[in-house]
Design a protein around this ligand. Structure first.
Ligand SMILES: *[C@@H]1O[C@H](CO)[C@@H](O)[C@H](O)[C@H]1NC(C)=O
Ligand SMILES: *[C@@H]1O[C@H](CO)[C@@H](O)[C@H](O)[C@H]1NC(C)=O
Ligand SMILES: *[C@@H]1O[C@H](CO)[C@@H](O)[C@H](O)[C@H]1NC(C)=O
Ligand SMILES: *[C@@H]1O[C@H](CO)[C@@H](O)[C@H](O)[C@H]1NC(C)=O
Ligand SMILES: *[C@@H]1O[C@H](CO)[C@@H](O)[C@H](O)[C@H]1NC(C)=O
Ligand SMILES: *[C@@H]1O[C@H](CO)[C@@H](O)[C@H](O)[C@H]1NC(C)=O
Ligand SMILES: *[C@@H]1O[C@H](CO)[C@@H](O)[C@H](O)[C@H]1NC(C)=O
Ligand SMILES: *[C@@H]1O[C@H](CO)[C@@H](O)[C@H](O)[C@H]1NC(C)=O
Ligand SMILES: *[C@@H]1O[C@H](CO)[C@@H](O)[C@H](O)[C@H]1NC(C)=O
Length: 616
């Protein structure tokens, strides 16, 4: 009798086991069909252990959408001590979809919590990672099937749906987030990883491995580009490497650092898919630290040719320790262009919030520093903002400014310098368009420019009487955006409404200038805080002006001025009027910062650029 009941018991439990595997729990969609349910006698091989639990691998499914990995969440030392990597175990627990309450824009992680009856059934089993690039490879263009719209992950409306709500069936062959989700909590190997960014303050860094990539630039980073179907490609084939599970420390990386193979578990945290390495990788090679100066040089006796540079100098104050390096970049890497478009010049007291708004000390300190290196003494012009009304570091009153070589060009006289809230306008004269203020700010009281820098417009004349109009912009920054791998699809691109209105406002001004003279030479440059692939923002201006990268034939993968998260990307742009395009241009991005050997060696988060145009 006793024998029979124990046999019955065995049969019942065996039924539970065969009906609930890890692949069943993971399922083929974003959220588990078993959420909230108690699971008995779940079996799996311990593949990795960390401070907050261990990872189990169950039998593989024929269906690659269903991950056979799962995290058994526990920070109890009794639990953690009860298993060793290579143990084949059985346990009871509860299926949970976890996301921190304070982070509603993250994805859920499927976990087993409150594990009990952890029984080691056998030990010293071989643990085989999935070799990425061989067993499975990530798709290279799209993040999510919910990123609908012509601009893909950069489309508006943003956050029109959420992954966790739609809970779609995974399509790991096509969508990067689905790919990583289909490997959730599995042990993977990334062969021959290459870093696409500096490490962040937590020692984490982005990589791709030995698999197909798109957007690869000459440095080894991956640039945001358009895919073959014209939809933006945000490089979902990359993954961030988190803190090693064994407590070792990751090495420092830069764009293009190559590393030893990384084996670790796929997880989702802090808004991104990660691989948590079993142990820290080592650096195999570092990219060349030499950045060559631009080949574009000012020609002292050229009649028609003018050189220009564009540089966001990141919160430059008179006492900034990075000021001499910025001066060195302008002198020795950009070759002291005839005119410089500069962004983020702070007032004379820097970030001290004391009512000071003048920036003449900041600008003359920069000019003197450049003169000491190059013998070129720039003149400068800018317009003060109203105290604390233009955004940026509080008290810093950042603004855009022009530096110019008076032996090459001068501000056209006869118009006063505009004040903070004077709107620059185009006046038609018999001798061509003139500005009512020179320099002046575009539509400074328009709500579009609330809390941000107003564009600075200047009208120049060369020695031989050829005119040039320049517009220096610094649009609202992307602060407040959600992650490229977050729940909100397309990701929240903050504040895209503001940047769209700002570009439209600049386009209205440019249009009035071209209306007055369709052959006006115009250069619009600066920090737009937006990729050109976000076409909805640029639409009004690109019907008037041309992207100089395009006109100069810069390869799309080499168009970047910034590295952020997984991508090399272009926030800084130069747009030119039709006649300037027609006369021919030269242009170069000078990667003095994106190619820095360490993040600490960078003096600005932006790279400068330099170009040559002709005004006749
Ligand atoms: C639990 O599963 C293991 C492995 O399949 C099996 O050996 C064991 O008998 C099961 N236990 C019960 C109580 O069903
Ligand atoms: C998600 O989809 C799976 C598979 O269709 C389903 O079993 C599960 O209940 C869904 N979960 C939610 C929260 O919609
Ligand atoms: C504990 O696990 C063992 C091994 O899988 C199994 O035989 C036993 O029935 C489980 N006990 C409970 C109470 O789940
Ligand atoms: C596992 O292997 C190690 C070394 O190979 C050995 O010392 C240990 O006794 C083995 N453990 C079991 C449970 O077989
Ligand atoms: C972007 O998403 C935010 C947050 O859901 C929303 O407030 C905003 O209106 C959206 N903007 C656009 C242009 O889609
Ligand atoms: C996206 O929209 C949802 C639903 O309106 C909202 O709950 C969520 O906070 C939004 N996400 C972001 C990042 O703004
Ligand atoms: C800055 O401007 C103030 C007020 O016009 C002037 O007194 C001062 O000399 C200027 N300083 C420099 C370095 O140009
Ligand atoms: C700057 O001018 C001085 C004096 O004319 C000269 O000695 C020096 O070589 C020049 N430096 C550069 C970088 O042109
Ligand atoms: C301007 O921006 C500030 C700060 O972002 C905000 O508090 C204020 O409401 C905005 N004003 C208008 C008119 O949009």
């Amino acid at each position: 009798m006793a024998r029979i009941s124990s046999l019955l018991f065995w049969v019942t439990c065996a039924t539970v086991v065969s009906s609930t595997s890890i692949t069943d729990i993971q399922g083929v969609a974003w959220r588990s069909p078993f959420v909230g349910q108690a699971i008995a006698n779940l079996t799996g091989l311990v593949t990795a252990k960390g401070p907050s639990g261990f990872y189990l691998a169950g039998d593989k499914s024929e269906d690659i959408r269903a991950s056979n990995g799962i995290l058994v969440f526990s920070s109890l030392s009794t639990v953690l001590k009860s298993v060793t990597v290579g143990d084949f175990v059985s346990l009871n627990g509860k299926v949970v979809e976890y996301r921190p309450a304070a982070s509603p824009d993250y994805l859920y992680v499927t976990e087993i919590t409150s594990p009990t009856n952890i029984t080691v059934l056998s030990s010293n089993n071989t643990v085989n990672p999935v070799i990425l690039g061989k067993d499975r490879s990530p798709p290279t263009q799209y993040f999510s099937q919910l990123d609908v719209g012509p601009d893909g992950f950069l489309s508006v409306p943003n956050n029109s749906s959420q992954i966790s709500v739609v809970n779609a069936t995974l399509q790991p062959e096509k969508y990067g987030m689905d790919f990583w989700e289909s490997l959730e909590s599995q042990l993977v190997t990334i062969p021959r990883p290459i870093a696409t960014n500096f490490q962040n303050t937590y020692g984490e860094f982005w990589v791709y491995g030995d698999w197909k990539t798109t957007g690869k630039n000459g440095r080894g980073g991956l640039s945001i580009t358009f895919g073959p179907d014209g939809i933006p490609d945000g490089n979902p084939e990359t993954i961030i490497i988190g803190s090693p599970l064994d407590g070792t420390k990751n090495p420092k990386t830069a764009v293009g650092t190559t590393l030893s193979d990384i084996t670790g578990v796929v997880c989702y945290q802090f808004g991104f898919f990660y691989v948590l390495p079993l142990t820290a990788p080592t650096v195999v090679s570092s990219p060349d630290t030499i950045v060559l100066p631009s080949s574009i040089k000012s020609k002292p006796f050229a009649i028609c040719s003018l050189t220009f540079g564009d540089y966001n100098v990141e919160n430059l104050a008179p006492t900034s320790s990075h000021l001499p390096t910025i001066a060195n970049h302008i002198a020795n890497y950009l070759n002291t262009p005839d005119i410089m478009f500069i962004q983020e010049i702070q007032d004379n007291s820097g970030p001290t919030d004391d009512g000071v708004i003048d920036a003449n000390v900041t600008l003359s300190t920069l000019v003197n520093s450049i003169a000491q290196i190059s013998n070129v003494t720039y003149q400068y012009t800018s317009i003060n903002p109203i105290d604390n009304q233009d955004g940026g570091q509080p008290g810093g009153n950042i603004r855009t400014a022009f530096l110019y070589r008076a032996e090459k060009l001068k501000l056209v006289s006869g118009s006063p310098v505009g004040g903070s809230i004077d709107a620059v306008e185009v006046k038609r004269t018999l001798l061509g368009p003139k500005l009512n203020f020179n320099p002046g700010r575009i539509d400074p009281t328009n709500a579009a420019w609330n809390s941000t820098r107003k564009p600075l417009v200047a009208h120049w004349r060369t020695k031989l009487g050829f005119d040039l109009f320049t517009i220096n912009v610094h649009l609202s920054s992307k602060g407040g955006s959600s992650s490229t791998q977050g729940d909100a699809r397309p990701p929240v691109n903050s504040p895209i409404e503001a940047r769209t209105a700002q570009v439209a406002n600049v386009a209205t001004f440019v249009s009035s200038l071209l209306h007055a003279n369709p052959l006006a030479s115009i250069v619009l440059a600066g920090d737009f805080n937006e990729y050109i692939q976000t076409r909805s923002v640029y639409k009004p201006i690109l019907s008037l002006l041309t992207d100089i990268d395009e006109a100069a034939g810069i390869k799309p993968v080499e168009r970047y001025s910034y590295v952020y998260d997984q991508n090399s990307e272009q926030l800084d742009h130069v747009l030119i009027s039709p006649i300037v395009k027609l006369r021919g241009v030269q242009f170069e991005h000078v990667h003095v910062n994106s190619w820095a050997p360490t993040i600490g060696a960078r003096v600005s988060d932006h790279d400068p650029s330099v170009g040559r145009i002709r005004v006749c």
